[in-house]
Design a protein around this ligand. Structure first.
Ligand SMILES: [Zn+2]
Length: 449
């Protein structure tokens, strides 16, 4: 083949890849949808509204009115709310779309096509649990995101990070000793080839890896600043990246108009990340009081979760991983208490990994927050507040419009709930029964009325 022919082939292959996903999903559905007689939880207020009517046109909420809305009946589908609750779609700020279902072994040895199909099926289930948006904090989810945005498979909106960036021996480095030593230019490990995690051991390497994720459409960059539970080589107390390495990622992200978030449990790893300009801390379960004060003073986000105790059971009794899991879980209550005491900007995410069974309990992991927050505070966190953190992606935000709220002009990601979730937050634990309508981007994905 002549070089020009190859070049034009490459070009034609590259053009659709570069089309912003938002363009692909801006096509308006033929009909408008009118929700009649609904009480609204708007993602911000602490009480339901009186009975309202809500008109969705295209992918936006066009009008909210106490009075009947006169819409062009021929092109408008009416959904009778009968006093049910209309609320924003839920947002999970710590998700791994590609890593929810496979085991670690399947992930590292598995065929990529198989992993993608598994992730597609999980994405459909995620949406059917009422999660209309996820922030993906590690894993090769760019293709899945594109397929969802193009309507090829149903699923939530995805804010992808791409590969987790880690250091040699850090959280996310699953290599075996026989794969050492690593030399620049050598074949990458399987985890790196799949785009699940990238190892970087200097500011320059961090810059390359961060920019590679941005090239692929990352909406934020994720690094692991300290040790982790599931990783074979990283002690929990380890601080991994140096401040200079963290700063290299922050510079690359900020030059691209977005931000860095880090996995960090310990005071040292959290404080070092903040000094380097990181805007969000994931987990934080082993923080102390001065660190909580620092997070609050600097206006840093804390994206965290109450890991269920059963999660430790996936690790064998007596294993180091199980010991590490229990050490992290023991810090949960203290972390939430400090977050409340210092009024830290707190976001909700689940971080469900390697367990299709646990994924089915995604909503339950949210309702567990009522141990520390009121039901309405919990619901606001998973909708309006989480959406504020998404806005840190700035111009890298792939979905223009407001998420996490029910208000005129906002994107129409909506759940119609059988009952009042403020009075009974346990309703969200059974989405199959209680979410009677699930809408994303103005399109109805479920309607059992
Ligand atoms: Zn995670």
């Amino acid at each position: 083949m002549k070089r020009t022919a190859i070049a034009s082939l490459l070009l034609s292959a590259a053009i659709p890849f570069l089309l912003p996903a938002a363009l692909a999903q801006s096509a308006e559905p033929a009909t408008s949808i009118l929700f009649e007689n609904v009480r609204i939880f708007d993602g911000k207020s602490d009480a339901l509204s009186a009975s309202m009517n809500v008109l969705v046109r295209g992918n936006r909420i066009e009008k909210i009115s106490r009075d009947p809305i006169s819409a062009d009946r021929a092109n408008t589908r009416t959904i009778p709310g009968d006093g049910r609750t209309l609320m924003p779609g839920l947002i999970d700020m710590h998700w791994h779309a590609m890593l929810v279902r496979p085991t670690v072994a399947t992930l590292l040895a598995g065929d990529l096509g198989y992993l993608n199909l598994m992730a597609g099926a999980e994405a459909a289930d995620t949406l059917m649990r009422g999660f209309t948006t996820v922030r993906d904090l590690g894993g090769p989810s760019f293709g899945l995101k594109r397929a969802i945005d193009e309507g090829i498979v149903p699923g939530p909106r995805i804010y992808p990070s791409g590969a987790i960036i880690t250091v040699t021996s850090g959280h996310g480095d699953f290599r075996q000793p026989f794969e050492l030593p690593r030399a620049l230019g050598n074949t990458q490990s399987r985890g790196e080839q799949t785009g699940a995690a990238m190892v970087a051991d200097s500011p320059d390497e961090v810059r390359v890896r961060a920019r590679e994720q941005l090239l692929q459409g990352a909406t934020q960059i994720k690094l692991t600043a300290g040790g982790g539970v599931a990783s074979p080589h990283s002690p929990l107390d380890a601080s991994t990246f140096t401040e200079a390495e963290l700063r290299a990622a922050v510079e690359a992200a900020e030059n691209w108009g977005t931000y860095v978030t880090v996995h960090a449990y310990t005071p040292v790893s959290i404080q070092r990340a903040i000094a380097a300009g990181v805007k969000c801390i994931e987990h934080g379960h082993l923080m102390d009081e001065p660190t909580a004060r620092l997070i609050a003073e600097k206006g840093i986000w804390l994206s965290t979760q109450a890991f269920p105790d059963e999660l430790a059971e996936v690790f064998p009794v007596g294993s180091l991983e199980r010991y590490k899991a229990l050490e992290v879980f023991a810090g949960t209550d203290r972390t939430f208490t400090l977050a409340k005491k210092y009024k830290i900007k707190t976001a909700f995410g689940t971080d469900i990994l390697f367990s299709a069974r646990l994924a089915q309990r995604q909503g339950e992991l949210l309702s567990k927050f009522v141990r520390w927050y009121t039901p309405v505070e919990t619901l606001i966190m998973a909708t309006g507040t989480n959406a504020q953190l998404l806005e840190l992606s700035g111009k890298r935000n792939p979905y223009s419009g407001k998420l996490g709220v029910v208000e005129e002009g906002a994107l129409a990601d909506l759940l119609l709930v059988n009952g009042d979730p403020i009075a009974n937050i346990k309703l969200i634990e059974n989405p199959a029964k209680n979410f009677v309508v699930i809408m994303k981007d103005g399109k109805v994905f479920k309607n059992t009325l």
